[in-house]
Design a protein around this ligand. Structure first.
Ligand code: FE2
Length: 386
């Protein structure tokens, strides 16, 4: 049995006793995207998702091969990076994968030890421990590869008071759209190739000391046409949760297979961000031009009271309002959750966002999988990729 603690800053925490917290991880530090045009991507995430200008590095700051814009909203930091020259590995990454997540950075007490412990357990090094400094102190970073070309950086910032990292300057902008209430990253999902899910589950167990605390097989996650399998990995304090998906055989093409075809390999599929008020967050996103997957059918909402049972009485939100915004609802023994999924946020049908409001529930919306995947299949149908 696991003992539990609650921490409002990171949602519902849980101590997983099977986990070995030799790192240990304090939270997500930042997520870095490699993109074709970081200036325009930054404008999109500010305007549409309510991120604030935070820090900048580029030619003006002595960076000669790339430009990076750092955006912030509550605890979430996004870094958008573009190569300045065609010879850059950043450009190669974008050429192959399109815009996508390169780095899922983890905030640690000791980056050198995190790198040593994980490489000792079989991780492939991306960057050896490196100390950088400026007038605000010093930061130690180190990195390892995870699935595909995706990287986990370990960031030790206990001796640093600057904006973001040495080399970055504060980014003051006169254009400051308001926040839409996104608070922290609840989980990030990786898509891996056929038959590779268990390899990566074992990798997160052996190399990172994570535990597998939820599993869904293709009998649970399927529609009439397609299927996938998923296992949810968590670190010891429950702050970092990485579900890992692989495609499964169905009558038609799984959404995971579509992702792998267009990303040209494994990669981050979606970033789930938490809000305390999903109705207001989704209204804002829609008003700012973000497109979501189509609403589940009427029958889905008709079944909600029966599906939620006792949690229906606790629900503060009006079901009609949730339905009008196409927000989905699920429950487990501990409470309910509200969630909705955007369409892909770039031209390739790859990365998308999930907006989630947890009202006690720790699950991932298993009760919504069928309705969700049917919505995705309607989009795949239009793309001719089902
Ligand atoms: Fe999710």
């Amino acid at each position: 049995m696991s003992k539990e603690i609650k921490n409002v800053e990171y949602g519902l925490e849980k101590i997983f006793e099977g986990a070995q917290d030799f790192l240990p991880l304090l939270g997500t530090d930042y997520v870095e995207f490699y993109v074709g045009n970081a200036k325009q991507a930054a404008h999109f995430y500010k305007t549409a998702f309510g991120f604030q200008s935070h820090a900048y590095a580029g030619l003006e700051t002595g960076m000669t091969d790339r430009v990076s814009y750092v955006l912030k909203q509550d605890k979430i930091r996004l870094v958008l990076t573009t190569a300045l020259k065609s010879s850059s590995p950043i450009g190669e990454h974008v050429k192959k994968h399109g815009d996508g997540v390169k780095v899922i950075a983890l905030w640690v007490e000791d980056a050198k030890k995190s790198w040593e412990e994980t490489t000792k357990r079989g991780a492939k090094s991306y960057q050896e421990p490196t100390t950088t400094s400026d007038e605000n102190g010093e930061v130690v970073t180190a990195g390892i590869y995870t699935y595909g070309e995706t990287v986990h950086m370990f960031v030790e910032r206990k001796n640093y008071n600057g904006e973001f990292l040495p080399g970055y300057v504060k980014w003051d902008s006169e254009y400051n759209p308001t926040s839409i209430g996104l608070k922290f990253i609840d989980h990030m999902v990786g898509n891996v190739g056929w038959g590779e899910m268990n390899t990566w589950v074992k990798w997160y167990e052996d190399v990172m000391g994570f535990v597998n605390f939820l599993s869904f097989d293709d009998k649970q996650i399927h529609t009439e046409y397609s299927a996938l399998m998923s296992k949810v990995m968590s670190n010891g304090n429950g702050r970092i949760k990485f579900p890992i998906n692989e495609p499964a055989e169905g009558k038609k093409r799984s959404q995971i297979e579509e992702y792998l075809d267009f990303y040209e390999g494994p990669g981050a599929q979606h970033i789930a961000v938490a809000t305390d008020d999903i109705i207001e967050t989704v209204r804002q996103l829609k008003a700012r031009g973000i497109e979501f997957l189509s609403a589940p059918p009427q029958a889905y909402y008709d079944e909600i009271p029966a599906r939620l049972g006792v949690h229906m009485d606790m629900m503060k939100e009006d079901l009609k309002v949730l339905q009008s915004l196409a927000i989905m609802i699920d429950a487990d023994e501990e409470g309910y959750l509200l969630q909705i999924f955007t369409k892909p946020v770039e031209d390739r049908p790859t990365l998308f966002f999930e907006i989630i409001q947890r009202m006690g529930a720790r699950g991932f919306g298993a009760g919504n999988f069928k309705a969700l995947f049917e919505s995705i299949e309607r989009e795949q149908e239009k793309r001719g990729t089902l």
